[in-house]
Ligand binder design. Structure first.
Ligand code: 2NL
Length: 350
């Protein structure tokens, strides 16, 4: 191959080479770098042109013309690519961005299921006209026991059942002290719920020394058991299912008379006692009912403790365990889940 052919071939291959490199460039800086390599003073094109004097004088004009055409073409390719990159940048685009890739979701915190259930229950009762009250977790003997008709010597006061701070200070065993405090401070008509942590000397598969309770109460003239039943039925249908059935069973609490335990039709098997596949329902143990609440008409003895005339006022009260409601609502079968803070468990409530 003679020198004329060699130079002409080198010139033409510059075009393909330049195009290939520019297509891979993703920034204006990379374009500029490529321009210097190909079109710069000491670049590839300049080096080929510097060899023109080696040619026969007759061959010089032709090869010189080819060199100029290649130079024009290289500049045209560069301008086109520059324009494309600038357009992309203006559109906020990045040539390396692949819009078909799945996004990276940032880790987000979420509410603990117990917190969520407390909020859900609180919203329902606020909707029914109840206030929300809170107060101390370390309580006096008077508010935790005495005012609630649990006199000295009552079995619930036993060291076995209660965590004592001193002889007359305890970690509250229920949130009822808040209701006593509220009744002392205010006069009927009043309705409030008291959510919070409570403590008992109890620890096994189904009991933890700390758990969450919500108690509620309503005091006015002419409050009846029918008001209690209507209120709790409305609540159960809102927190669980609009079709849920409610039943009252006679029971006993020191601070209510009469007292009842409230069952709802099982939310797992719709009260059938059996699962869809015919196996026995573990949640209601085949009975079709599960216990969710304790309640009753406030004992006149409690009214006397807070200075209300039991001949004028009547009222109802109820208490529920938040963890228990959360277990039924979300189908959780192990109480320990709430306290282990396993991120795989908590993430399910995000
Ligand atoms: C249960 C039962 C109950 C109450 C709590 C109450 C409070 C006052 C007066 C009368 Cl100040 N009663 N609270 C009444 C009945 C039942 O809780 O099973 N809790 C988890």
């Amino acid at each position: 191959m003679n020198t004329v052919q060699e130079l002409n071939n080198s010139l033409k291959s510059l075009i393909q080479e330049f195009e290939h490199i520019l297509n891979q460039a993703s920034s204006l800086q990379e374009l500029e770098d490529a321009r210097v390599v190909f079109l710069g003073r000491k670049g590839k094109l300049a080096r080929i042109m510097s060899r023109l004097p080696e040619l026969d004088p007759a061959d010089r004009p032709g090869t010189g013309r080819t060199a100029n055409e290649v130079k024009t073409e290289l500049n045209r390719i560069l301008e086109n690519r520059k324009e494309a990159l600038e357009k992309q940048a203006a559109a906020g685009g990045d040539i390396t961005f692949d819009p078909t890739l799945p996004g990276r979701t940032p880790d987000m915190g979420s509410l603990h299921p117990v917190t969520r259930v407390i909020q859900d229950i609180s919203n329902i009762f606020v909707g029914l006209g109840f206030d929300i009250v809170t107060g101390p977790e370390v309580e006096t003997d008077f508010y935790n026991f005495e005012a609630l008709n649990l006199p000295p010597g009552h079995p619930a006061r036993d060291m076995q059942d209660t965590l004592y701070i001193t002889k007359s200070l305890v970690l509250r065993t229920h949130t009822s002290p808040l209701q006593v405090r509220t009744m002392e401070k205010r006069r009927p008509p009043l309705a409030a719920i008291a959510p919070g942590k409570v403590y008992r000397r109890d620890s096994d598969l189904t009991h933890t020394p700390m758990f969450h309770q919500i108690e509620g109460f309503l005091v006015d003239t002419h409050v009846s058991m029918a008001d209690l039943r209507g209120t709790l039925t409305a609540f159960a249908q809102r927190i669980f299912d609009p079709d849920v059935k409610v039943r009252f069973r006679p029971s006993f609490f020191p601070f209510t008379e009469p007292s009842a335990e409230v069952d709802i039709s099982c939310v797992m098997c719709q009260g059938q006692g059996r699962n869809q596949d015919g196996s026995t329902c573990r949640v209601c143990k085949e009975t079709g009912w599960v216990e969710v609440l304790g309640c009753g008409m406030i004992d006149p003895e409690v009214f006397l403790q807070v200075g209300y005339d039991p001949d004028i006022y009547t009222g109802f009260a109820f208490g529920l365990g938040v963890e228990r409601v959360a277990m039924l609502k979300y189908g959780i079968n192990d109480l320990r889940m709430f306290f282990e803070n396993d991120i795989r468990f908590l993430n399910q409530f995000a």
